[in-house]
Design a binder for this molecule. Sequence first.
Ligand SMILES: Nc1ncnc2c1ncn2[C@@H]1O[C@H](COP(=O)(O)OP(=O)(O)OP(=O)(O)O)[C@@H](O)[C@H]1O
Ligand SMILES: [Mg+2]
Length: 236
Amino acid sequence: MNDLKKNNGGGDIVINLEHIGMIYKTGSINYEALKDINLTIYKGEFFSIMGASGSGKSTMMNILGCLDKPTSGKYFLEGMDVSKLDKDQLAEIRNKKIGFVFQGFNLIQRLSVIENVELPLFYAGIPHKEAVIEAKDALRLVDIDENKENNFPNQISGGEQQRVAIARAIVHNASIIMADEPTGNLDSVRSSELMSFFKKINEERNVTIILVTHEPVVAAFAKKHIIVKDGHIVND
Ligand SMILES: Nc1ncnc2c1ncn2[C@@H]1O[C@H](COP(=O)(O)OP(=O)(O)OP(=O)(O)O)[C@@H](O)[C@H]1O
Ligand SMILES: [Mg+2]
């Protein structure tokens, strides 16, 4: 992990994990899902996390995304110690800084494509008129045409749904995108297509991208890689 610190030209640190541990308690059983995780991620990096099923990737992603709190260690997000924050404060940070793209196309089915993309702006209190303009912008960036905007999620393809999820993740200028198996439901052609959009957003907007995948072809789009094994980071 120290290597990861060294081989960057000293850019801004976005994420710093220090001795992060995560223990799940189920009844009387304690399961140590993460052990002493140390990790530094810099602004604009495109990062992949790989590892076998059950190794702790999603656990790590949930902590990185402020969806869950570690049981030990410190997490600094853009310099702020978020391990100390409560649920509401974590939600606020999440809404401001992080966009999520998860496997099960988590679009809201009863909202149209454009309404899904407007949602983070609505939560941020942006006036509707402005929100529409920004949502359209984000949709164009991922090549979703105007004539699909009013369709509902079940009226567009799986690949298009994931692109809409990307649009929603970037519409409020999130500085970090976290994607957990975003290509899990896509064939290899759609996967590469989707990854090229992540690449574009990373390169054109300098958005930091953290991607969990078990597919080497998908991970190859990232520029840095870590492998998680039994709750540890092992160097690749
Ligand atoms: N809420 C929970 N309570 C108890 N144990 C959990 C919980 N969530 C995950 N675990 C356990 O922690 C370990 C890591 O799970 P995690 O979901 O992080 O794995 P993963 O690497 O994302 O796997 P996959 O590739 O299958 O998605 C697993 O052994 C899992 O059973
Ligand atoms: Mg997982």
